[in-house]
Design a protein around this ligand. Structure first.
Ligand code: ARG
Length: 494
């Protein structure tokens, strides 16, 4: 009987839900913690060393936290979100090589600045670029949301905006763009690792970096300024600087560039594999990210199914019986809003606005965002399934003396579920892949795991291929599983 299979599924779903609720119960930041946000693609200020975020900013805040008896939590997110994270209270401080600008000052307060930096042009050696005037009409890469982005947009033309500087430099190296505008210190790091590129001696603008703190936290700002002054006076600042830069401000400890020419294609591939996955156990990023992706997807699918079922039943009941006017109206609004806006935007709104001032686990935020989003699609899929069930079935149920609800539950829904299984499967696959935008709220899912490897190894090819293959394998397995379920439901029918 399809009804039995359907009940079994319901039980499995509920069990999963319970599991998810317990796993999300743990809160992240408690009192006594200092949450710092950054975009760890910016050596020597912030970058990954193994699974730890290090660099001048990270070390500085670590020391500030230590001196004030706070436990530091560092979160890695897109650069264009770090200021918003502080502003909305998601984090206490943003330390991310942030340039002090008048516009940013309107949003947040800055600590005293701790370093001067320039925006510079990185180009391929031998290209005919002598100064900014030669950049007009050329393709210029920047990191999205940075002052480099702003400079090029305001003074030259629309740039090509990349998620991080390393991606922009990778595009330059492979000849897709003509130049990259980036902050001087990370530019030095890139040039030290890539033989084919160099920095133009003339800088575009000089800037100062400071850390960002919410305007509503003057006491925290004072604490930072006080501790930074102490650290400057007792030489700690210099010690931190000396860990990453030499006396001329050039990066220390840059891995030697491999002599690529002597190795064949396979040799290079083997090297690249070693660097991207084996060295420093980098494969961990993929495995850990994979688990997060699966956790979010599985829970969101269940949540989406529950919401979808409910909405579909309300809408169909309204269509068939004219009842539930208000609920039907609400469902209609839900469907319109959710299906009318992109999931990334919904994720950001749920994180920064709806859960803006409450401290919830980000995994939970992602599950809610993707669950609510998927629910809308599932609702319409199931509703079409319900509508496809012959109306004689409802009449037969009712004439046997069953109530509307019982007929719906035990006659209509099981059949509808079976009919829409392929469409539902498709929705799950879409959902799984859509979770790849989780990195926007600093969640380390599979895609972000690949991004972190990329930011450490400056290699785009293998990390991206590995991430793509992993998704592909999961989707293929999922499709097989759904096929099995479909078949077993078919057998049950007889
Ligand atoms: N200094 C530039 C800015 O404030 C770029 C900073 C980028 N930082 C980073 N961690 N990626 O806009």
């Amino acid at each position: 009987m399809p009804g039995i299979v359907y009940k079994k599924w319901l039980a499995v779903m509920l069990a999963f839900m319970a599991l998810f609720l317990t796993s999300c119960g743990e809160k992240e930041a408690e009192r006594g913690k200092l949450i710092m946000v950054t975009n760890a693609t910016f050596p020597p200020y912030e970058f990954y060393q193994g699974s730890r975020i290090v660099g001048i900013d990270a070390d500085m805040v670590r020391e500030i936290a230590k001196r004030n008896d706070l436990e530091l939590v560092i979160e890695d997110m897109a650069f264009d979100s770090v200021i918003a994270a502080v502003q909305t209270g998601k984090a206490d401080v943003a330390a991310s090589g942030i340039t002090v600008t008048e516009d940013r000052k309107k949003q947040i307060d800055f600590t005293t600045s701790y370093v001067k930096a320039d925006q510079v042009i990185i180009m391929r050696k031998g290209d005919a670029i002598a100064g900014p005037e030669d950049l007009k009409g050329k393709r210029i890469g920047v990191q999205h949301g940075t002052t480099g982005d702003l400079y090029v947009t305001e003074n030259l033309q629309e740039p090509e905006r990349f998620q991080d500087g390393a991606l922009a430099v990778a595009s330059l190296v492979t000849g897709k763009i003509h130049a990259v505008v980036l902050d001087s210190a990370p530019a030095e790091e890139h040039v030290a690792r890539n033989k084919g590129i160099c920095i133009l001696p003339t800088a575009l603008v000089s800037e100062e970096y400071a850390m960002a703190i919410s305007k509503s936290r003057p006491e925290l700002l004072a604490m930072f300024n006080r501790t930074m002054a102490e650290m400057k006076a007792d030489g700690t600042m210099d010690t931190i600087w000396a860990r990453y830069l030499d006396k001329d401000g050039k990066p220390l400890a840059v891995p030697a560039v491999v002599a690529e020419e002597e190795k064949g294609m396979w040799g290079r591939l083997a090297d690249s594999f070693e660097v991207n996955f084996v060295k420093d156990d980098r494969w961990h990023y993929l495995v850990d990210g994979f688990l997060v992706t699966i956790e979010i997807s599985a829970c969101a699918v269940l949540m989406g199914l529950c919401i979808g079922f409910l909405v579909a039943v309300i809408r169909s009941a309204h269509d068939q019986t004219g009842r539930y006017k208000v609920l039907n109206f609400l469902c209609h609004i839900y469907l319109t809003v959710v299906r009318g806006t992109p999931v990334v935007v919904q994720l950001l709104i749920i994180y920064f606005v709806i859960f803006g001032s409450v401290d919830v686990s980000k995994v939970l935020v992602a599950i809610v965002a993707f669950g609510v989003n998927s629910g809308a699609y599932v609702a319409e899929i199931i509703r079409s399934g319900i509508m496809a069930v012959d109306s004689g079935q409802m009449e037969a149920g009712r004439s046997l003396g069953l109530s509307y609800g019982t007929t719906m539950r035990s006659v209509i829904l099981p059949q509808a579920f079976k009919n829409v299984l392929p469409a539902l499967g498709n929705e799950f696959i879409v959902l799984l892949k859509e979770t790849s935008v989780c990195g926007y709220i600093a969640l380390q899912d599979l895609t972000k795991g690949g991004d972190i490897i990329r930011s450490q190894t400056y290699d785009a090819f293998l990390p991206l291929i590995a991430v793509a293959l992993t998704y592909l394998v999961v989707v293929v397995c999922l499709s097989q599983l759904l096929k099995k379920l479909e078949n077993s439901l078919k057998k049950n029918e007889r």
